[in-house]
Design a protein around this ligand. Structure first.
Ligand code: AMP
Length: 577
């Protein structure tokens, strides 16, 4: 573990990407393949490979209590250390320096074992005992990185893509080969083993384990959308939750995964039957929405929200809030991965998949030239007439030939109650986990930002007993920089729920303000971006409004300082305070 901590320090000590890759490749080569494989997982900021649905469930606040106990430091000193670094691992190093052993024999394999034991242990007390036992054996520098891996934030400027590059360099493989194997396997450690054995080409998609979702970039208006490519497929932007469906003729038959790659099949039991009507092994991408069964259209996210957050959903709630799965892409079909084919071909393939389903009633207006209307477009489950209506729908696709045309389509999409439009390059492949300009999203607001809450305050008046004022930040590399503060626009029930969460995940209680674990992602709208020295980012949002909690996004996916700068530049009248 000492060698890993030292190499992590060296990687964090240089800003040059090529140097980071060189250092890491050298480190991999100097270790056994078992150690290198585990290190690759740890250095991607994870305790376990991505595809495993195992989590440590050790919160930052809990971790900090263990560090405090080991360091024998007062709450005030601990808070001061945290404030100085803004990072639990770096703060742990500082406070443990005088008490932790100077040498240790801890290996990465032992740390990996300890993480497995923590994941298996149930209850905070049992987990804390295991964290304590592990940290007790560690030097301050090792503790620093153990803490960072547990919190999932290494902050050494090492993205998983750089770990991939280092594997390619260390084992003389191509970066593209490594990247592809890792995408398919969701396991950077296993990818390293294959690279070492010269067998990267043998990596296969693991059905029933999710692969990353392709992401979209925002555009401000129809004019801008037209600057990126010549032939676009245009779809409504549905306001629900993103879901990847895996369908096969073997158990578990159907699995649904959320954007955070968590399995959500049990939350939508009524989708299992209609998804089983497909006749081949498939991986589909789409959006689950609340569905108006008489008007045949999607309902706003607030409807769907009524049944989210429950793991098991009753039949009553299924009837109260029916859902539909609107499918817009296919990643795997006919025993082949099809992500490298252009959208034009995937779209045609998806039409064929729907046409071949055993019991679809109709698949509605599809095809690139299809009309953008909503006729019943339903693949019904076996007993659709008996139970609540169940649906899997092929998202209608249309083509726009001018910005004016696109602007009209946008208004129509809004009239149908959808959020706006998605505009997709027909020649583009499906790029898992990447945000590019091949998919564009056009929404109503000037712009919204996905930000993470870093500090909260008690409210005023009737909100004096709840934490209702949120300070939020955008990402700049490994750093989180505050960009605004807003009174919560959430419902009373949400504020109450979040208050409880923030109290349990406070890193430092400064009386009125509490620094909290940066985990809660919210979407904020605003009227303008201004220059400001009040916030660390150097910018402030004018009239920020919290639109909603984004449980489906992780803090890694929030918007960046770069995006804030772009929005600032795009404004017609730059403002400052
Ligand atoms: P946003 O969540 O605002 O970043 O917008 C991107 C999200 O829009 C995707 O992750 C999907 O969940 C959602 N979405 C809705 N309709 C579509 C569509 N037709 N194609 C792709 N994504 C869509």
């Amino acid at each position: 573990m000492h060698a890993l901590a030292k190499i992590a320090e060296a990687i964090g000590g240089t800003t040059k990407k090529t140097e980071k890759v060189r250092l890491l490749a050298e480190y991999f080569r100097s270790r056994t393949v078992d150690e290198a494989a585990i290190s690759a997982v740890f250095l991607s900021g994870r305790a376990f490979p991505a595809w495993e649905e195992v989590t440590l469930q050790v919160g930052g606040a809990q971790l900090w209590r263990v560090v405090g106990m080991l360091a024998h430091k007062s709450e005030a000193l601990l808070t001061a250390a945290y404030r100085r670094h803004g990072d639990l691992g770096a703060a742990a190093y500082e406070v443990l320096r005088s008490v932790a052993p100077a040498h240790s024999t801890l290996t990465v394999l032992q740390v990996a074992e300890a993480f497995r034991a923590m994941a298996r242990a149930s209850g905070p007390a049992a987990k804390s005992a295991l964290v304590t036992a592990l940290l007790q054996q560690a030097t301050p520098l090792e503790a620093k990185y153990i803490v960072k891996i547990i919190t999932g934030e290494l902050r050494i400027g090492l993205k998983e893509s750089l770990v991939e590059e280092a594997i390619a360099k260390a084992y003389s493989a191509t970066p593209a080969g490594v990247q592809r194997a890792n995408m398919l396997l969701g396991d950077i450690g296993e990818t390293l083993r294959l690279a070492d054995a010269g067998r990267l080409g043998e990596a296969r998609l693991r059905l029933f384990h999710p692969i990353g979702f392709m992401l979209a970039s925002p555009v401000e208006d129809a004019e801008e959308a037209f600057t990126y490519f010549d032939h676009a497929a245009v779809e409504d932007k549905y306001d629900g939750i993103r879901a990847q469906a895996h369908v096969a003729d073997r158990e578990p038959y159907v699995c649904l995964f959320s954007r955070t790659l968590d399995e959500v099949t049990e939350s939508f039991p009524e989708l299992i039957a209609p998804l089983s009507t497909f006749t081949e092994t498939l991986v589909l991408d789409g959006e689950i929405v609340a569905w108006d069964t008489s008007e045949h259209r999607a309902l706003p996210f607030s409807e769907l929200q009524k049944r989210l957050g429950r793991k098991k959903v009753s039949e009553a709630i299924q009837r109260e809030v029916p859902v539909a799965y609107v499918v817009f892409d296919v990643l795997y079909a006919g025993d082949k991965l099809v992500i490298d084919r252009p959208l034009r071909e995937r779209s045609a393939l998806l039409d064929r998949v729907f046409a071949a389903a055993r019991r679809p009633v109709t698949v509605g207006p599809t095809g690139v030239q299809g009309r953008l209307t909503f006729e019943p477009a339903v693949a019904a489950g076996p007993d659709a007439s008996a139970g609540p209506p169940v649906q899997v729908i092929r998202a209608p696709v249309a083509a726009a030939d001018s910005p004016q045309h696109l602007a009209e389509m946008f208004e129509k999409a809004r009239e149908r109650g959808n959020e706006g439009l998605m505009i997709k390059d027909l020649e583009s492949p499906y790029t898992p986990g990447r945000r590019g300009r091949a998919w564009l999203k056009l929404k109503r607001e000037l712009a919204t930002l996905d930000v993470v809450v870093t500090a909260v305050e008690w409210g005023h008046g009737k909100r004096a007993n709840v934490l209702s004022d949120y300070t939020f930040a955008v990402r700049d590399g490994d750093r989180l920089l505050s960009v605004g503060k807003a009174y919560s626009g959430l419902t009373d029930a949400e504020i109450a729920k979040m208050t409880k969460w923030f109290l349990e995940h406070t890193l430092a209680d400064q009386g009125f303000v509490r620094l909290v674990e940066p985990k809660v992602v919210i979407e904020v709208a605003f009227n303008a971006v201004m220059r400001s020295d009040r916030h660390e980012s150097g910018f402030a949002l004018r009239f920020p409004r919290i639109l909603r909690l984004r449980d489906d996004k992780t803090p890694h996916e929030i918007d960046t300082l770069e995006t804030v700068k772009e929005i600032y530049k795009r404004q017609k009248f730059p403002q400052s305070v």
